[in-house]
Design a protein around this ligand. Structure first.
Ligand SMILES: *[C@@H]1O[C@H](CO)[C@@H](O)[C@H](O)[C@H]1NC(C)=O
Ligand SMILES: *[C@@H]1O[C@H](CO)[C@@H](O)[C@H](O)[C@H]1NC(C)=O
Ligand SMILES: *[C@@H]1O[C@H](CO)[C@@H](O)[C@H](O)[C@H]1NC(C)=O
Ligand SMILES: *[C@@H]1O[C@H](CO)[C@@H](O)[C@H](O)[C@H]1NC(C)=O
Ligand SMILES: *[C@@H]1O[C@H](CO)[C@@H](O)[C@H](O)[C@H]1NC(C)=O
Ligand SMILES: *[C@@H]1O[C@H](CO)[C@@H](O)[C@H](O)[C@H]1NC(C)=O
Length: 340
């Protein structure tokens, strides 16, 4: 070790010193060694930014050099590197700055840089570790997916970044349920409540998280929530409303008894996604009766029936009035009997 140093330092050519130092760098100068060879600092930069690796010469007579790993970038003001992004920032003030500037830093620039300062044949090496961080970026996310209720879904999200981003999933609902972290989100026995947008978030400490969403459609056969009829008198308009739940949205069919109803002759059918409204202008006696609404999609059908009655026969309307009229009849009869 001493012999090597003596041999190195007896040379007057700075380049010779650098070359011999670089030869022995890995073995002679372990990380963290103090004394004339110092592991000075770690410089953290973001990809694309400009990095400044600081180094100062002790006086105007000292000479400096920069190495990347063990290849020479600069000796004094002579540039050895062909990389146009690299330059030396120097000053002639009392600190004699001799810093290395690297523009548009990339991940391949990460590593050890050495500033060698030679004054009075006493070289000093300052090692600087350049650490390059990269914001998270999602590169791959599953396409939107459609599955039948009860089925299995596997969503994939992959991101790049330095340090490696963590991936988390969130179901975008008012409850915003969080799922386990990981590239792959598996849902088996999926329910209709689990349909919707899923957000993948890639996060590291470099920049704000990168997010992307994937839409999960859960198909299920129709169920009819409600079928309702508003009874009206003859010659007025009647409305029947049918509400179904189904994915994909159902097609509706309306029946009076067993007869399928179509548009025309004062009958109209309007369907809006999961709701269908049957309207009939100018009610006639024959149009009262049993109506059936049927909702159909590719996974199944559902039906529900309702009676369209004239207003006089509406529930709660008939029983009490019949009782009352019979009572009146009795009263009338008894009064008649009394008279005679
Ligand atoms: C440093 O060296 C690495 C190869 O070891 C190279 O990819 C990178 O571009 C170099 N960076 C600079 C700033 O010289
Ligand atoms: C999801 O399923 C795949 C196989 O399809 C499996 O390799 C992976 O470990 C599963 N992920 C989780 C988080 O369960
Ligand atoms: C309603 O129907 C009756 C009997 O069918 C008919 O006489 C009348 O013209 C119709 N009115 C309208 C407005 O269609
Ligand atoms: C109405 O018709 C449907 C189908 O024809 C039948 O299943 C249902 O029992 C009927 N409802 C009434 C109240 O008559
Ligand atoms: C209506 O639904 C019942 C079950 O709720 C089913 O038995 C019947 O066949 C259905 N009617 C039609 C016309 O599909
Ligand atoms: C109305 O009267 C009919 C027969 O006239 C009867 O079947 C029905 O139960 C009555 N409705 C009520 C709500 O009592």
């Amino acid at each position: 070790m001493i012999a090597v140093r003596d041999a190195c330092f007896s040379g007057h050519s700075l380049t010779a010193v650098i070359l011999s130092l670089s030869c022995f760098l890995p073995s002679c100068l372990p990380m963290g060694r103090t004394g004339e060879n110092k592991w000075t600092e770690t410089v953290v930069t973001r990809q694309g930014d400009t990095a400044l690796l600081r180094c100062y010469l002790t006086d105007g007579q000292s000479k400096g050099a920069w190495l990347n790993h063990s290849s020479i970038i600069f000796t004094g003001s002579d540039k050895w590197s062909a990389d146009p992004r690299v330059s030396v920032v120097s000053s002639v003030d009392s600190k004699h700055e001799y810093s290395l500037q690297i523009q548009k830093v990339d991940v391949t620039d990460e590593g050890r840089y050495t500033c060698i300062v030679q004054n009075n044949h006493n070289p000093q090496s300052n090692h600087i570790f350049l650490s390059v961080k990269v914001p998270p970026k999602i590169n791959i996310i599953s396409d939107d997916v459609t599955v039948n209720e009860g089925g299995y879904v596997s969503l994939i999200c992959a991101a790049s970044g330095r340090p490696e981003p963590t991936i988390s999933w969130r179901h975008i609902t008012p409850l915003a349920k969080k799922y386990e972290s990981g590239k792959q989100l598996n849902i088996s026995g999926i329910t209709r409540d689990q349909a919707g947008e899923y957000e993948c978030s890639a996060q590291n400490d470099v920049a704000s998280p990168n997010t992307k969403t994937v839409k999960v459609t859960v198909n299920f056969p129709p169920t009819i929530h409600e079928v309702k009829a508003t009874g009206v008198g003859v010659a007025r308009s009647a409305l029947l409303r049918c509400e179904a739940a189904a994915v994909p949205p159902p097609a509706f069919e309306w029946y009076r008894g067993s007869r399928r109803l179509t548009r025309g002759h004062g009958t109209d059918i309007k369907t809006l996604s999961s709701r269908s409204v049957l309207s009939m202008t100018n009610m006639t006696q024959e149009r009262y009766g049993n109506y059936t609404c049927m909702a159909v999609n590719k996974l199944g059908t559902a039906n529900a029936s309702v009676s369209l009655l004239p207003p006089s026969s509406a529930p709660y309307g008939n029983s009490s009035s019949t009782v009352r009229s019979s009572a009146c009849l009795l009263l009338l009869l008894s009064s008649l009997l009394c008279l005679f």
